[in-house]
Design a protein around this ligand. Structure first.
Ligand code: SAM
Length: 286
């Protein structure tokens, strides 16, 4: 009979050999990450972490994200929107994924995992918004590598903090639309239609097209608009205006990227109803 320890070692070797074959042949194993038979809990190294770096301020990463960075041997981070101060949490190698193709980042990750390295893929804000994690994880699965996700504070929430407002406010707006304008990777957008709904709209990736966006929206020209550059960074900048004048103000300030557009009355909250949360009339909470 084979001892559990020997069995674990031989299975690990078998796994490693299989993984090598996978890389060589580009076949697609469908197995799930395996438990280490010896400890019963630790996983063998066929997984990576996709971590949200937060909006900029290095203290706005989660504790879990920071711990993973500390242990990482390789950090592949998403360009200029990840504050270099966040990268100081790791002693591992840091590679900027800007300009790398999906195949190139996949190869980098697969090679590192096969070399026994702990890999963190670091995305700005929260990885679930305007990231490319689904395609990345699908590719990695082909090599038997599984990605675990650690959420982050999206820049949209750092923007609300910078504006000292809330996106949902009684009597003003009960909904938040998160969207982006059409561009090279998006044929058409729904900004005009959304702007008729009278709710808060957060527009990512749109600062360069602010004039076009303001000409397109169908809400009153007096609707408050704010543009927040580098929310939570040391050089954060807030520009406030209306649909009628924000584009000029943003142009004058020289802001072209790394900013978010917020359209709606919550930017300048008036006539809102107090929340029932702290009131005497409190009913059942959902
Ligand atoms: C590719 S998206 C990434 C969004 C990210 N996943 C998030 O949750 O914040 C990049 C866009 O997010 C917005 N953005 C990211 N960080 C920002 C910040 N600190 N302040 C304002 N906008 C930011 C900008 O609109 C930028 O063009």
């Amino acid at each position: 009979m084979i001892s559990p320890e020997k069995k674990s070692k031989s299975e690990k070797n078998k796994n490693e050999k299989n993984m090598q074959n996978v890389i060589n042949t580009k076949s697609q194993p469908k197995s799930q990450p395996k438990k280490d038979k010896k400890t019963g809990s630790k996983k063998v190294n066929n997984e990576i972490y996709i971590v949200g770096a937060g909006p900029g301020d290095e203290k706005l990463i989660t504790v879990k994200g920071r711990e993973l960075l500390k242990k990482a041997d390789l950090v592949i981070y998403a360009g200029s929107l990840v504050n270099p101060k966040v990268l100081e949490y790791t002693k591992g190698e840091c590679v900027d994924s800007y300009g790398l193709t999906l195949d190139e980042t996949t190869k980098l990750t697969v090679d590192a995992v096969n070399a026994g390295k702990r890999v963190v893929r670091l995305h700005s804000g929260d990885p679930a918004l305007y990231g490319s994690i689904v395609e990345q994880t699908e590719e990695l699965k082909k090599y038997g590598i599984f990605a675990k996700r650690v959420p982050g504070v999206s820049s949209v929430f750092a923007v609300a903090a910078a504006l000292e407002t809330q996106f949902t406010l009684n009597n003003v707006s009960d909904s938040l639309i998160i969207t982006r304008p059409a561009g090279t990777t998006l044929e058409s957008d729904q900004i005009a239609e959304f702007s008729e709904m009278g709710v808060t709209m957060a527009i990512f990736l749109g600062t360069q097209k602010i004039e076009e966006i303001m000409n397109k929206v169908r809400c009153p020209k007096t609707t408050p608009v704010a543009v927040v550059f580098h929310a939570s960074w040391e050089d954060e900048e807030v520009i406030r205006g209306t649909v009628a004048d924000i584009a000029k103000k943003v142009k004058d300030a020289g802001i072209k990227r790394s900013a978010m557009i917020i359209i709606g009355d919550v930017v300048d909250p008036k006539n809102y109803a107090k929340s029932y949360l702290y009131g005497v009339k409190q009913g059942p909470l959902d």
